[in-house]
Design a protein around this ligand. Sequence first.
Ligand SMILES: [Zn+2]
Length: 267
Amino acid sequence: MTDIAPIHSLVAQVMGDLGSPDLLLPPGADPHDFALRPSDADKLANSDLIIWVGPELTPWLEDPLNALAPTADKTALTESVLWTPIREGDTEDGAIDPHGWLAPFVARNWAIEIGMALSAADPANESTYMANANAAAEALGQLNVEISDKLAPYSEAGFIMPHDGYRYFEDFHDLSKAGVIADMHAHDPGPSHMGELRDLVLSGDVTCVFSDAEIGENWVSVLIDGTDVQTAMIDGTGANLTPGPDLYPELIRRMADTFTDCVTPAS
Ligand SMILES: [Zn+2]
């Protein structure tokens, strides 16, 4: 069992022909705020191994995991020793930013962690899992170079993000946002913060304000009303993509395309 579509995709890559993982949240669902359905509870109860990002992303999932799948093996990727998380306030004791899959560089390390989790749960197939994990990591390394090259000309672009869940995408590719509508957990913004962002939009230093599944277009409309600032929905969870091994690279390439289109002023 996996939590969100991008992680499902990485696990599918590592399982290869040995099987296919289950997926809890539909592609494009808001992971910060989701209500489990009875069928989801059944899926959890039938799981032997659960690979999820971790309680920092889906705090509502922690109790059901323990209650419904008490004996299943569980791997929270935020607990992996193979990565260095970005933290709130950039201090060592700050809260972990869980959106690590949004940088292929991090996904590469998580693929190895996933290989180790599958091998521990099913030792007979360890060599296949680890071979697949290494192949996935290699491809993710190439994807990282491709995306870094594509985004390199945009390091000066002025843009506003919908919620503070894209720092891996931004930081690993040298992008620097002018502002962000909502915090890391996608809580709705307050009026004074919206006023500051509106001033930023009116200053002319911003070419695009993004929305996402967590922070919808209504917030953005208020900010860009009456200006020629552009908007687009950025998708970090795989909305409208088909779950499976190919979803992850498609998601990342689509994010990069959405980004470059929206920050480029209309001619
Ligand atoms: Zn988020």
